[in-house]
Design a protein around this ligand. Sequence first.
Ligand code: FEO
Length: 407
Amino acid sequence: MTETVEITPGIHWIGVNDRTTDLFEGMWPISGEGVSYNSYLIKDEKTALIDLAKAIKGDDLLRRIHSLADPSAVDYIVLNHMEPDHTGVLKQFERIAPRATLVCTEKARELLKSFYGITERIRVVHDGETIPLGTHALTFYETPLVHWPETMMTWVTPGQVLFSCDGFGGFGALDGAIFDDEYESVEFYEREAERYFGNIVAKYARMVLRAIDKLAALPIRVVAPSHGLIWRKRPQRIIDLYKLWSGYAVDRPKPEITLLYATMYGATETMMNAVARGIAGAGVPLKVFDIAHTHISYILPALYAGRGVMVGAPTYEGQLLPIMSAALAVVDAKHITGRKAAYFGSYGWSGGGQAGFKKLVDPLQWEILDNLAFPGNPTAGTLEEGEAFGVKFAQAIKNSGKETSNG
Ligand code: FEO
């Protein structure tokens, strides 16, 4: 069995799947989906590795390299990005590939020192610089903040393969096949690419758009990211999707509503159903998430894409229910700004949820269009009010043609 795949003559995928890590970056669930660390090896007069893998995958990666080349003869290790899911095996490789020069940006040089104590055999490259390997040549494009400030992408000819690192990447381990055209449907990988974008890259969506512009003139035949599918049949497809998602995040969210709710004993959930009926009845696309049962990882793509956010959560000890505050803290960290919002929720003996909600979203410049706080369980009357509240909010979102901004 071969564990590597030749992408174009001399350019090999030597990636590894990770199906054991539960939380990517220690917080994004991938227990069910997995993730791949796509490394590449180019065999020419010189041998180059493009990106590596997380530390736990060192043995697997090394075995793949061994099947193609002598690791001690590797000339270059290109480090497009310093995050340890790409570089965790570096210390191991320092011994295994002692001749190799590490190729990276100036900013990555600092991180090489702070993460791994490596200060030697480093070649800093700048935008547009080329390293010949023989018949192949590598050209580097700095793409800062896609995903960290030091990130770059590497272009190789012949083959016209773009090693795009986190950009155009996605969650989802590869099920045997690595190319887009080898799957009957790529729906899973596209969904997981959107989640990856929303969780990892979207905060820097402006920089994603800048990178796409910078690379626009390249005659790309294969997009080979560090995570997820390799796009050789429709390389433009994943670039277009990233462009679309970035556009939503930056300044063109869709007239859609994300409804986040949490409930203690069902009062707020009962109201949620009335509000949702109102929104749906007004014909505005709606996604409903019970945040107690859905990790924020799965909610972020909808929040980036949609213009309206309806939040339902009860008052808890004079505050917004803490589980909702925690979800909104992630939204704050991800800087999803400029949304139109409304709040509803039950309270017992005093309010507080509504004020707590406002306090959390004011710094995000969310415009709160409406509120509906109600005591105890909703009555038939308050449910009717809730449905009308949903209709009114939906109509406001539908009519809000003006662009919001997420700066
Ligand atoms: Fe794939 Fe920013 O790490």
